[in-house]
Ligand binder design. Structure first.
Ligand code: ATP
Length: 427
């Protein structure tokens, strides 16, 4: 287990991490999310003893990293895949790491096979592509067969097959009871890889909860409603009824209505009472990306001038709260820049749950500015769109699992593909 308590790091006047406390538990993949410059790498560096905290402390298995006996056999990490002596071959790079930690040379060939680099093991790593470099970095992290693994952006530069492989690898390592802490900006990937999330913004903790709870706490589930196209005036009647009942209504691009604030049975009843036939009434849950964007939108330091907070205010809510509805103004669901907030009051799809972790309300003057976090709601009962399948039982199974899932490669375009096949692929 990794445990951080009041972790703070200042670089001169810059506070990169402030008062960060969290635990990363074994047996699950824990995602580490945050906007650019929010302090993820700094935190990982402190976990690995590469940076000294200004205040607070962090331990791995109860000990500061520097006090761990033979640390490389207990903790493996991929921080910067480019931190390799480019003149050395992949194999020699791993051999030198192995020798430093008393790891047998046979393990080097083993991990080269696991990451699919056996065919290019004797090539200089300076000629490696971004993805090959990532694979080499992952091989180095696995070298000591450690119980605790940290990966900073492991899928950076990997092709789709490589991304799938990393996803299965992370899950496999966690299923073996290891502690797996992985940072990424790829929300779709995190949604299917991690079970738990730690989210930071401007160096401070924004959230520490399961992926499922995170999505529920930071997004609004909604219903898609489509009145029959053949009934003139049905749409207007329904929008008015929904608004008067306290629902918030937006217009989907395809003409359907997106309704928050009302449970599905109530929407059905309202349609029936208004004599409106429905062609669609379906529940929907927001994606991890939507939930993440909503939580972190005020903690983003680097933003293109092209979308400088444009559209980050929610559009007016017609008919909400019993106000008179004025047809036909039903705002469209924005395509970007705004993420639906939870509806006021009870979320019809939610049950009570613990409140999310929040950044300290007031930080000392030298602390980074805590992003304001809007009020959040209770956890939803609807399942999160996490489609993590059962992990394979062993490393051998894992490799088989990966090869089972890969697409048909009979039309392989060039031989460079074969160079990054895993051990099992090559058979
Ligand atoms: N050695 C350093 N000296 C001064 N400032 C630093 C140093 N290392 C990091 N920082 C600053 O600390 C802040 C956090 O940086 P860090 O690299 O930890 O963020 P990050 O979340 O990993 O970002 P990214 O997602 O872009 O990789 C940034 O403002 C960065 O400029």
């Amino acid at each position: 287990m990794i445990e951080a308590v009041g972790l703070t790091k200042r670089y001169g006047a810059k506070t990169a991490v402030y008062n960060l406390s969290f635990q990363v538990r074994p047996g699950t993949v824990t995602g580490f999310l945050g906007p650019n410059g929010s302090g993820k790498s700094t935190t990982m560096r402190m976990i690995l003893g590469l940076d000294q905290p200004t205040a607070g402390h962090v331990t791995v298995g109860g000990h500061p990293f520097r006090e761990l006996p033979n640390a490389p056999r207990q903790v493996g990490a991929l921080l910067d895949a480019k931190a390799v002596h480019g003149g050395r071959s992949a194999r020699n790079h791993l051999l030198s790491l192995a020798q430093l930690s008393g790891i047998p040379a046979a393990r080097v060939d083993e991990v080269l096979g696991v990451v699919g680099l056996q065919e290019v093991a004797r090539r200089r790593s300076s000629g490696f592509s971004l993805g090959m470099g990532q694979r080499l970095g992952i091989a180095a992290a696995l070298l000591g067969d450690p119980q605790v693994l940290l990966f900073d952006e492991p899928v950076n530069g990997l092709d789709p097959e490589g991304i799938l492989w990393v996803r299965n690898l992370m899950k496999q390592l966690a299923s073996e009871g290891r502690t797996v802490f992985v940072s990424s900006h790829l929300m779709s990937e995190m949604a299917v890889t991690a079970e738990h999330l730690i989210v930071i913004g401007r160096g401070q903790l924004l959230s520490d909860m399961s992926v499922r709870d995170f999505i529920s706490h930071n997004s609004a589930d909604f219903a898609r409603v489509r009145p029959a196209d053949t009934d003139p005036g049905a749409r207007e009647k329904l929008v008015a009824a929904l608004g008067e009942a306290g629902g918030q209504v937006l217009s989907e691009r395809d003409g359907a209505l997106r309704v928050t604030g009302l449970p599905l049975p109530r929407i059905s009843d309202l349609a029936h009472e208004s004599d409106v036939r429905l062609w669609e009434l379906s529940p929907h849950q927001a994606s991890l990306e939507e939930a993440y964007m909503r939580l972190t939108q005020n903690a983003v330091d680097y933003r293109s001038t092209a979308d400088q907070l444009a559209g980050f205010a929610p559009p007016p809510q017609p008919g909400y709260g019993g106000q008179l509805y004025e047809p036909p103004v039903v705002p469209e669901v924005p395509t970007q820049g705004w993420y639906a907030p939870p509806p006021p009051g009870e979320n019809p799809y939610a049950s009570d749950g613990p409140p999310p972790a929040q950044a300290p309300a007031q930080a000392p003057a030298q602390a980074p500015v805590a992003p304001p976090v809007p009020p959040l709601k209770a956890a939803a009962t609807a399942p999160a769109p996490v489609t993590a399948g059962p992990a394979p039982a062993s490393a051998a199974d894992l490799v088989k699992h990966v090869s089972d899932e890969k697409p048909d490669r009979t039309a392989k375009p060039d031989e460079s593909d074969a160079k990054t096949e895993t051990t099992e692929d090559a058979r």
